[in-house]
Design a protein. Structure first.
Length: 274
């Protein structure tokens, strides 16, 4: 007698909930494949094996990871769990080996898409006191500098570049200086120091490029105002002929002039504790 035929039907499931997956899933989802083998005519219980092929392409092409399970009482064990999955395209194919009663069969390609996650970019401006070397003029700028610390929230590991824009107008207009830093282990390096800053308005904007798992994002505009310093004005009346300071009454007919000194009042930066 001839062998009967078989059909192999598969369903990708969420490994955490066992719910069938029929659309794109969030970044980091864990999945497994479930298979049913049916013999025709339905006269015997199918035996044999099913091989699950797991691909990192949407159409079941290219390299794949194979796993073979053995039917028990006609029931096909589920595949192993795959994930948490990074953003991209995947697919499963289940191949039934057949047995003495039923010919083998191959299930349809099961496509799976894992969506990119979102990202948020938060920045904080901080004032860094002058270091000992900076006070000596050996390294960097004289005086305190302004730098920006950028924090990238993440679930699955975030990567990519962060473009930190420093604008000279807190209304987000005008020219800007760009500096690009690269995330390492999900951590965003701080920007370079800017300063000492003249009085006026400034702002930072941090722009995350995104990567294969996370879409890019732009932080809020961070306004910064540098206040005007104070000054002191000292004057002395002098004898125009001798340049001598005058601090008392002078003789009739003396010719005088006034001498003025304007001094900027500087604030001292506090040293950090050693």
């Amino acid at each position: 007698m001839s062998q009967g035929t078989s059909s192999t039907a598969t369903t990708i499931e969420n490994a955490a909930t066992d719910a069938d997956i029929s659309a794109a899933v969030p970044l980091g989802t864990k999945v497994e494949d479930s298979t049913t083998v049916t013999g025709s005519p339905v006269a015997f219980t199918p035996t044999g094996t099913v091989t699950y092929e797991f691909f990192t392409t949407i159409d079941g092409t290219g390299s794949h990871v194979d796993e073979t399970v053995t039917l028990s009482g006609g029931v096909v064990p589920e595949s192993s769990v795959h994930g948490p999955l990074t953003a991209g395209s995947y697919s499963f194919i289940a191949i039934y080996s057949g047995d003495s009663n039923y010919a083998g069969s191959t299930g349809a390609v099961e496509p799976l898409t894992v969506s990119q996650g979102t990202s948020s970019t938060a920045t904080t401006s901080r004032t860094r006191p002058r270091t000992r070397h900076q006070r000596c003029g050996a390294v960097g700028h004289q005086g305190g500098g302004q730098h920006d610390g950028d924090r990238q929230s993440r679930g699955v590991h975030a990567d990519g570049d962060g473009d930190l824009r420093i604008l000279h107008d807190h209304r987000r207009h005008g020219t800007h200086v760009d500096e690009t830093v690269t995330l390492a282990g999900g951590v965003v390096p701080e920007s370079a120091a800017h300063g000492p800053l003249a009085a006026g308005s400034y702002s930072f904007i941090a722009i995350y490029s995104g990567d294969s798992n996370y879409a890019g994002s732009t932080g809020a505009v961070e306004p910064l105002t540098v206040s005007m310093g104070t000054s002191s004005t000292a004057t002395t009346i002098e004898n125009f002929t001798s340049d001598a300071d005058i601090s008392a009454a002078v003789p009739l007919g003396t010719t005088v002039n006034d001498s003025t000194t304007v001094t900027a009042v500087r604030r001292r930066s506090r040293r950090r504790g050693r």
